[in-house]
Design a protein around this ligand. Sequence first.
Ligand SMILES: NC(=O)c1ccc[n+]([C@@H]2O[C@H](COP(=O)([O-])OP(=O)(O)OC[C@H]3O[C@@H](n4cnc5c(N)ncnc54)[C@H](OP(=O)(O)O)[C@@H]3O)[C@@H](O)[C@H]2O)c1
Length: 141
Amino acid sequence: MTSSIIGSGSVGAAIARQFARSGITVGIANTRGPESIASMARELGDKVVPLTLQAALEADVIVLAVPFRAHCDVARAAANWKGKVVIDATNAYGVPLSELDSLPSSAIVAKAFSGASLVKASIICPPRYSPSIPSAPVAVE
Ligand SMILES: NC(=O)c1ccc[n+]([C@@H]2O[C@H](COP(=O)([O-])OP(=O)(O)OC[C@H]3O[C@@H](n4cnc5c(N)ncnc54)[C@H](OP(=O)(O)O)[C@@H]3O)[C@@H](O)[C@H]2O)c1
Protein backbone atom coordinates (compact mmCIF):
# COMPACT_ATOMS: atom_id res chain seq x y z
CA MET A 1 0.00 0.00 0.00
CA THR A 2 1.36 3.44 -0.94
CA SER A 3 0.61 6.81 0.65
CA SER A 4 0.96 10.45 -0.34
CA ILE A 5 0.38 13.77 1.33
CA ILE A 6 -1.04 16.59 -0.80
CA GLY A 7 0.12 19.88 0.70
CA SER A 8 3.54 20.60 2.15
CA GLY A 9 2.61 23.47 4.48
CA SER A 10 2.64 23.25 8.26
CA VAL A 11 0.11 20.39 8.40
CA GLY A 12 1.52 18.38 5.46
CA ALA A 13 5.07 18.75 6.81
CA ALA A 14 4.01 17.68 10.32
CA ILE A 15 2.29 14.57 8.92
CA ALA A 16 5.34 13.81 6.74
CA ARG A 17 7.52 14.01 9.85
CA GLN A 18 5.34 11.38 11.56
CA PHE A 19 5.62 9.05 8.56
CA ALA A 20 9.41 9.49 8.63
CA ARG A 21 9.56 8.84 12.38
CA SER A 22 7.56 5.65 11.85
CA GLY A 23 9.87 4.53 9.03
CA ILE A 24 7.03 4.53 6.47
CA THR A 25 7.67 5.85 2.97
CA VAL A 26 5.33 8.65 1.89
CA GLY A 27 5.12 10.86 -1.20
CA ILE A 28 4.45 14.56 -0.80
CA ALA A 29 3.30 17.13 -3.38
CA ASN A 30 2.18 20.73 -3.59
CA THR A 31 1.36 23.24 -6.35
CA ARG A 32 4.98 24.34 -6.91
CA GLY A 33 6.54 20.99 -7.73
CA PRO A 34 8.95 18.54 -6.08
CA GLU A 35 11.96 20.89 -6.13
CA SER A 36 10.18 23.19 -3.68
CA ILE A 37 9.90 20.32 -1.15
CA ALA A 38 13.39 18.89 -1.65
CA SER A 39 15.14 20.53 1.29
CA MET A 40 12.34 19.71 3.74
CA ALA A 41 12.32 16.10 2.53
CA ARG A 42 16.12 15.84 2.86
CA GLU A 43 15.85 17.02 6.43
CA LEU A 44 13.33 14.28 7.19
CA GLY A 45 15.36 11.51 5.56
CA ASP A 46 14.76 9.21 2.63
CA LYS A 47 11.23 8.11 3.68
CA VAL A 48 9.68 11.40 2.48
CA VAL A 49 9.68 11.53 -1.31
CA PRO A 50 8.85 14.80 -3.14
CA LEU A 51 6.58 14.12 -6.12
CA THR A 52 4.58 15.93 -8.75
CA LEU A 53 0.88 16.18 -7.93
CA GLN A 54 0.04 13.65 -10.65
CA ALA A 55 2.55 11.12 -9.31
CA ALA A 56 1.34 11.64 -5.73
CA LEU A 57 -2.26 10.97 -6.77
CA GLU A 58 -1.30 7.45 -7.84
CA ALA A 59 -0.97 6.39 -4.17
CA ASP A 60 -3.58 4.15 -2.55
CA VAL A 61 -3.96 6.48 0.44
CA ILE A 62 -4.02 10.26 -0.04
CA VAL A 63 -3.76 12.66 2.89
CA LEU A 64 -5.39 15.96 1.99
CA ALA A 65 -3.49 18.80 3.71
CA VAL A 66 -4.49 21.74 1.50
CA PRO A 67 -6.63 24.81 2.23
CA PHE A 68 -10.30 23.72 2.31
CA ARG A 69 -11.27 25.41 -0.97
CA ALA A 70 -8.35 23.73 -2.78
CA HIS A 71 -9.87 20.27 -2.23
CA CYS A 72 -11.89 20.72 -5.47
CA ASP A 73 -8.73 21.29 -7.54
CA VAL A 74 -7.11 18.17 -6.07
CA ALA A 75 -10.29 16.13 -6.69
CA ARG A 76 -10.37 17.27 -10.33
CA ALA A 77 -6.71 16.35 -10.84
CA ALA A 78 -7.48 12.60 -10.89
CA ALA A 79 -9.81 10.95 -13.38
CA ASN A 80 -11.14 8.41 -10.89
CA TRP A 81 -11.10 8.05 -7.10
CA LYS A 82 -12.57 4.57 -6.98
CA GLY A 83 -10.74 2.32 -4.48
CA LYS A 84 -8.68 5.15 -2.97
CA VAL A 85 -8.67 6.16 0.67
CA VAL A 86 -8.69 9.94 1.18
CA ILE A 87 -7.77 11.21 4.65
CA ASP A 88 -9.25 14.67 4.95
CA ALA A 89 -7.12 16.85 7.23
CA THR A 90 -8.61 20.09 5.89
CA ASN A 91 -10.42 22.52 8.10
CA ALA A 92 -13.22 24.77 6.84
CA TYR A 93 -12.57 27.39 9.50
CA GLY A 94 -13.85 30.73 8.18
CA VAL A 95 -15.85 29.21 5.31
CA PRO A 96 -19.47 30.41 5.57
CA LEU A 97 -22.05 27.68 6.36
CA SER A 98 -23.98 28.78 3.26
CA GLU A 99 -20.99 27.75 1.15
CA LEU A 100 -21.10 24.34 2.87
CA ASP A 101 -24.87 23.90 2.32
CA SER A 102 -24.97 23.64 6.14
CA LEU A 103 -23.27 20.24 5.88
CA PRO A 104 -20.16 19.07 7.73
CA SER A 105 -17.18 20.10 5.62
CA SER A 106 -16.16 16.43 5.27
CA ALA A 107 -19.47 15.74 3.51
CA ILE A 108 -18.57 18.37 0.90
CA VAL A 109 -15.09 16.86 0.51
CA ALA A 110 -16.57 13.34 0.21
CA LYS A 111 -18.81 14.53 -2.65
CA ALA A 112 -15.83 15.94 -4.54
CA PHE A 113 -13.87 12.68 -4.11
CA SER A 114 -16.73 10.49 -5.24
CA GLY A 115 -15.77 6.80 -5.26
CA ALA A 116 -13.10 7.17 -2.57
CA SER A 117 -13.45 6.10 1.06
CA LEU A 118 -13.14 9.29 3.10
CA VAL A 119 -11.66 9.45 6.58
CA LYS A 120 -12.01 12.76 8.44
CA ALA A 121 -8.85 13.47 10.40
CA SER A 122 -8.42 15.95 13.16
CA ILE A 123 -5.13 16.87 14.74
CA ILE A 124 -5.18 16.05 18.44
CA CYS A 125 -4.64 19.04 20.66
CA PRO A 126 -2.48 18.13 23.68
CA PRO A 127 -4.11 19.04 27.03
CA ARG A 128 -1.46 21.70 27.78
CA TYR A 129 -2.82 23.75 24.86
CA SER A 130 -6.42 23.26 25.82
CA PRO A 131 -6.76 22.48 29.55
CA SER A 132 -10.56 22.24 29.43
CA ILE A 133 -10.48 19.50 26.76
CA PRO A 134 -8.59 16.44 28.07
CA SER A 135 -8.05 15.12 24.56
CA ALA A 136 -9.79 15.92 21.30
CA PRO A 137 -11.19 12.91 19.44
CA VAL A 138 -10.15 11.78 15.99
CA ALA A 139 -13.34 11.59 13.95
CA VAL A 140 -13.76 8.86 11.35
CA GLU A 141 -16.55 8.81 8.83
N1 LIG B 1 -7.37 18.82 10.93
C1 LIG B 1 -6.82 19.71 11.78
O1 LIG B 1 -6.84 19.54 12.98
C2 LIG B 1 -6.15 20.95 11.18
C3 LIG B 1 -5.35 21.80 11.95
C4 LIG B 1 -4.75 22.88 11.32
C5 LIG B 1 -4.99 23.10 9.97
N2 LIG B 1 -5.79 22.26 9.30
C6 LIG B 1 -6.07 22.40 7.87
O2 LIG B 1 -5.04 21.72 7.14
C7 LIG B 1 -4.96 22.30 5.85
C8 LIG B 1 -3.52 22.72 5.57
O3 LIG B 1 -3.13 23.70 6.51
P1 LIG B 1 -1.67 24.35 6.46
O4 LIG B 1 -1.59 25.24 7.62
O5 LIG B 1 -0.65 23.27 6.29
O6 LIG B 1 -1.78 25.19 5.10
P2 LIG B 1 -0.60 25.89 4.30
O7 LIG B 1 0.61 26.05 5.16
O8 LIG B 1 -1.21 27.07 3.62
O9 LIG B 1 -0.22 24.81 3.17
C9 LIG B 1 -1.13 24.43 2.20
C10 LIG B 1 -0.43 23.49 1.24
O10 LIG B 1 -1.40 23.07 0.27
C11 LIG B 1 -0.80 23.15 -1.02
N3 LIG B 1 -1.85 23.31 -2.02
C12 LIG B 1 -2.78 24.29 -2.14
N4 LIG B 1 -3.58 24.07 -3.19
C13 LIG B 1 -3.15 22.92 -3.76
C14 LIG B 1 -3.54 22.18 -4.90
N5 LIG B 1 -4.58 22.57 -5.65
N6 LIG B 1 -2.85 21.05 -5.23
C15 LIG B 1 -1.80 20.66 -4.46
N7 LIG B 1 -1.37 21.32 -3.35
C16 LIG B 1 -2.03 22.44 -3.02
C17 LIG B 1 0.12 24.36 -0.95
O11 LIG B 1 1.02 24.26 -2.03
P3 LIG B 1 2.23 25.32 -2.21
O12 LIG B 1 3.19 25.01 -1.09
O13 LIG B 1 2.80 25.00 -3.55
O14 LIG B 1 1.60 26.67 -2.10
C18 LIG B 1 0.72 24.15 0.44
O15 LIG B 1 1.82 23.27 0.38
C19 LIG B 1 -5.95 23.47 5.84
O16 LIG B 1 -7.18 23.03 5.30
C20 LIG B 1 -6.09 23.79 7.32
O17 LIG B 1 -7.31 24.46 7.62
C21 LIG B 1 -6.36 21.18 9.86
